[in-house]
Structure formats: structure tokens, C-alpha cells
Design a binder for this molecule. Structure first.
Ligand code: FE2
Ligand code: FE2
Length: 215
């Protein structure tokens, strides 16, 4: 385990409570005023969402897991390759985040990235991120005792080729220690444009306003 994975930094935690704190002891005795305080604090907290994702991406730095390059460099390289190929920002952000779950979701890492991206991306991009692990298996699972053709179970799915292309063009070749990736900072404005406001979320009102964004 990389040293910086042993302790989680806490400077990404927002303590801003513009209206102070609620005083209830259980949800059943909370007042509308209590909830206004919580919504106010959360709308500040939501503004640093991208910062927290960047913090977690940085946790992948120095963590190689036997691969030729660390997991952050692999993420940057995948995103850089997609960006340079002219893919749109939503796709590039998916490429950047696709392995963010490597540390928390050892047995299902694509699900972590998919859960983070779900409010912000198209169904096709979400499916691609969620299933990239099985599609990436096409390139190596025969070496580790698994079925490299496991992706075939998805033949006929509208995002099959799309996901196969992601792995072929951007994910599987992104282990080149000589490749010059763009720095993480270059992707942060893209992350803000893609992730600052959800397209779908249980916290969207019927009118489309986002409670978590203070709307
Ligand atoms: Fe992956
Ligand atoms: Fe990957």
C-alpha cells in the first residue's frame, strides 16, 4: 500500500455551516428550520465535490499494484489519450475517473466510478464505465485463469462497441511509462463543467432544481 493511502487527508472536508447546525436528536423531531440549515451547509459542501474527487484520484499516486505505472498515471494517460483523440469532455472525465475505485472497490472497481459519474453522464457513458472491467478483461483475462471473452455476454447491447473501443483505444494502451500525460490540473475545469450540477439525482426537484446546489 502506498504511504499516502494509509491516512486520508481531511483538508477536503468542508466545515462551513452558513446557518449553523440543526438541533434535533432524530429525524422525527427535526423542524423545517433544521433542514434549512442542513441544506445550506450541503450546498456549500457540494461546491467542493470536484475537490474531493481530485483528492481521491491523488490517492492513486504511487500505487502501482504490480503494473508498470501507478494508477494515477494510468488514469491521466487514459484521459489524455481520449482528449487528444477529440472525445468530448464528458467522455474524457469518464476516462479520467474510470479506475478511481481501484483502492475502495478491489473486487468491483468499475462500480465505484460509475456511482460517482451516474448523476452527470449519459446512459451510454455510464454503461461504458460500469462495464469497462469486463471489456478490459478481453486483453488479459486468459493470462489469469478467467474467460477473456466474458464481454460476449453483452453482445447486442447498444453500448457494446462503444465500450470495446474505450478499452481498445484508451484504457488498455495506457500503461506506457514513456507517454507524456496531461497533468491532473488540466482536467479539473472539465470536471467542473461536467460535474457541478447533476442531470439526474434523487435530490432534483420536479422543477429540475437541485437541492444540493442550493436551488
Ligand atoms: Fe479498470
Ligand atoms: Fe483502466
Amino acid at each position: 500500500m502506498a504511504d499516502d493511502l494509509k491516512t486520508l487527508p481531511t483538508d477536503h472536508v468542508s466545515h462551513e455551516e452558513p446557518m449553523g447546525r440543526a438541533t434535533f436528536t432524530a429525524f422525527t423531531n427535526a423542524t423545517p428550520e433544521d433542514w434549512q440549515k442542513i441544506v445550506a451547509a450541503n450546498s456549500v459542501f457540494a461546491k467542493s465535490h470536484v475537490d474531493r474527487i481530485v483528492t481521491h484520484l491523488n490517492l492513486l499516486k504511487g500505487d502501482c499494484g504490480g503494473f508498470p505505472i501507478d494508477r494515477l498515471e494510468h488514469s491521466l494517460q487514459t484521459a489524455t489519450r481520449a482528449f487528444k483523440a477529440g472525445m468530448d469532455e464528458e467522455y474524457v472525465v469518464c476516462a479520467l475517473i474510470h479506475d478511481i475505485g481501484d483502492s475502495l472497490g478491489v473486487f468491483n472497481h468499475p462500480d465505484i466510478a460509475a456511482a460517482i459519474l451516474k448523476p452527470f453522464v449519459s446512459e451510454k457513458n455510464l454503461w461504458m464505465v460500469q462495464n469497462h472491467g469486463i471489456f478490459q478483461g478481453y486483453y488479459f483475462w486468459d493470462h489469469i485463469g478467467l474467460d477473456k471473452n466474458a464481454r460476449d455476454q453483452f453482445h447486442g447491447h447498444p453500448a457494446f462497441e462503444y465500450t470495446a473501443q474505450f478499452c481498445h483505444l484508451y484504457d488498455q494502451p495506457a500503461f506506457d511509462s514513456a507517454y507524456e500525460s496531461m497533468p491532473l490540473d488540466a482536467f479539473i475545469p472539465m470536471m467542473h463543467r461536467v460535474m457541478d450540477r447533476p442531470k439526474q439525482s434523487m435530490y432534483l426537484k420536479k422543477s429540475g432544481e437541485s437541492v444540493m446546489n442550493g436551488e
